[in-house]
Design a binder for this molecule. Structure first.
Ligand code: G6P
Length: 614
């Protein structure tokens, strides 16, 4: 996580850096800082907390801000050391000649620190980054050249990094390096830009070079040089960036999260657009396996984290049902450190809204080496994960600003429906033809139902207010909505800090029931379908322990209504597609509870939207 930015050109560097950092806030927001070069002097400004605090600090520094045209900046998500001003980047060496910003984690920083202390280096922060600043400065002492110092230093560093460094003795350049953390160099006329991610620079340029792992670059106003690991000068491809300058307006909504929840009808429309033509088989142009290879798939492994993991769990139900291929779903962080079994007949699906999640990237690299075909479902077709894909299924949900994923989850889930249908049709599983026909029709109708649910969400707001003082919640569901229960509970935890846990409803009596009393509301998802009666019985069990009961349902017999303290009705939908509607009710419930409690909905504490450390 963390976002880094650099600028060299004729513009006021401070303005480019602050604008860029504001576009990188999704990567972290516990402190921020910039370093500005002016006449061989480096001025460092930092502030704890949100970026606005740094903007306040800079108001008194107008003179420097208006006259510096080279600078680097950073927005932090703390890994080593508290989110204090002293731990905020940029960091420097003792003589303050060298200044550095860093995204990633330096795994051997303790060993390096001990070594550097022997040379007299004094450390003021608790960060791993400060060790890198001292190390590069130490190498500079030997080489008297920032490029060479960086090249020597990165060979001694273990872990992940994207670095931007400036040095007083070489005031006309920024030196960059990368390993397992994203870094893009934007190309301009008489100016160049460096950033962790495109949104930070897209309003200035549409041309960029992606730095690859183990490369080091020298960025000047009118030139860019890239060197490989052996120090050879090389050329990286210039790419056209796939974005328009993004609109980050809330469009009248109080928070981005609410706006993004309301965009989900259109997200579904976009994804299914042009996919169902007449009675033809669905086309997935980017899916690269031949029909023969699809018939040889012996198993599918879905790897993801957080909300994307829950989307994967929905995918398991649908793919197993319609494509008749066994599917395992696993958290990437657990997948990595195990002897996983995969081969060329294993289809691996990596799901990630950011495409930059470190654990998922590592897992994908591991399994790719075993010869498995890699499908990536991501909202960022320009991401590291997208580049690892054999088949890329971009979901194009649009930029999601709020840290809590909502529309990107919807997009992933809908893509998995399409993939399941595609696999079933390619395998020519005739027994599902009729069901799939119905499912396609329902998918086409889904956007309108989503909008109907959103329009009638007043009672969700009222229920949210009623339950906002509870400290704990249990969410239960069964079957295809079990992941909805997990995701609904996760949403509530993330943005309201209320302790909410999702369980398979059948598991309630195997432990969690011990916690039930009048202070522990139970939210149950019940849809007409095979598990309806079972979940209803689980609700009875909860009620018998005096738990308050909230039902989320598309149908409830009159005789059963009295069991529930509150009901959230969703539009009529089949069991198989119900996760796409139920989740919206749960997103809104979490949103309104957090909003009522006055929480920072779009930037919840301790979280980040892109988790680039393992
Ligand atoms: C973070 C985000 C979550 C996201 C998870 C996985 O924790 O806050 O919203 O689900 O990372 O991220 P990915 O980008 O791989 O989907």
């Amino acid at each position: 996580m963390c976002g880094i930015i650099g600028y060299i050109g004729d513009k006021k560097a401070s303005e480019v850096l602050i604008t860029g950092l504001s576009r990188l806030e999704y990567r972290g927001y516990d402190s921020a800082g910039i370093a500005l070069m002016k006449n061989k002097d480096i001025f460092i400004y930092k502030a704890e907390g949100k970026l606005n605090n740094l903007v306040e600090v800079l108001k008194d520094k107008k003179n420097i801000c208006d006259s510096s045209h080279i600078g680097i900046g950073h927005i932090r998500w703390a890994t080593h050391g508290l989110p204090t001003t002293v731990n905020a980047h940029p960091h420097t060496c003792n003589c303050k000649s060298l200044t550095l910003v860093h995204n990633g984690i330096i795994e051997n920083y303790q060993e390096l620190k001990e070594e550097l202390e022997k040379y007299g280096c004094k450390f003021v922060s608790q960060t791993d980054t400060e060790v890198a600043a001292h190390l590069i400065a130490h190498e500079y002492g030997k080489y008297k050249n920032l490029l060479k110092a960086m090249q020597a230093a990165v060979k001694k560093i273990q872990g992940a990094f994207a670095f931007c460094a400036i040095h007083k003795n070489e005031p006309d350049k920024i030196v960059v390096a990368k390993r397992n953390a994203p870094l893009v160099i934007g190309l301009g006329e008489n100016e160049n830009f460096i950033a962790s991610d495109i949104p930070a620079i897209i309003e200035y340029t549409k041309k960029a070079i992606y730095l690859n792992d183990y490369q080091v670059g020298v960025v000047e106003k009118n030139s860019i040089e890239i060197y490989d690991d052996d120090g050879h000068l090389i050329q990286n491809k210039i790419e056209h960036l796939p974005f328009e300058a993004m609109s980050i307006s809330k469009m009248g909504y109080k928070h981005f999260m609410l706006k993004e929840i309301h965009e989900q009808g259109d997200v579904v429309r976009n994804i299914i657009s042009g996919k169902f033509v007449g009675s033809d088989k669905i086309q997935l142009e980017n899916f690269k396996l031949t029909n023969n290879e699809i018939n040889n798939i012996s198993r599918i492994q879905i790897i993801a984290c957080g909300t994307s993991l829950h989307a994967g769990m929905v995918g398991k139900y649908i793919i197993e049902k319609y494509a008749k291929i066994p599917v395992d779903v696993e958290a990437s962080s657990e997948y990595i450190y195990r002897d996983t079994i995969a081969d060329k007949n294993t289809l691996v699906i990596g799901i990630s809204q950011s495409g930059e999640t470190a654990d998922t990237i590592t897992a994908i690299k591991q399994v790719k080496a075993k010869g498995s075909h890699i499908v990536i479902i991501t909202n960022r077709a320009d991401s590291t994960m997208a580049r690892l894909a054999d088949s890329l299924l971009p979901v194009n949900a649009g930029i999601e600003v709020s840290v809590a994923a909502t529309k990107s989850y919807m997009a992933q889930v809908i893509s998995l429906y399409l993939l399941a249908i595609y696999l079933s049709e390619e395998k020519d599983l005739k027994e599902y033809k009729d069901e799939i026909k119905k499912l396609k029709k329902e998918l086409v109708e889904l956007p309108n139902k989503i909008e109907q649910l959103l329009e009638n969400s007043k009672n969700i707001k009222e229920i949210a207010k009623k339950y906002s003082s509870y400290k704990n919640f249990i969410f239960i569901a069964r079957g295809i909505n079990y992941p909805s229960a997990l995701e609904g509970a996760l949403k509530l935890k993330e943005i309201s800090y209320i302790n909410a846990t999702g369980y398979g409803a059948g598991e309630l009596k195997h432990g969690p029931i011990a916690m039930l009393d009048e202070n522990m509301p139970v939210l149950a998802i019940l849809n007409t379908g095979v598990v309806y009666d079972k979940v209803l019985s689980n609700c009875e069990e909860a009620k018998a322990r005096q738990a308050k009961l909230i039902g989320v349902t598309n149908y409830l017999a009159n005789k059963d209504k009295a069991l529930f303290d509150d009901l959230i009705m969703i539009p009529t939908v089949s069991d198989i597609l119900s996760p796409a509607l139920n989740i919206i009710a749960l997103q809104l419930l979490a949103y309104y509870i957090a909003e009522y409690l006055g929480k920072d909905v779009d930037q919840p504490r301790n979280l980040a939207k892109s988790v680039t450390v393992e």
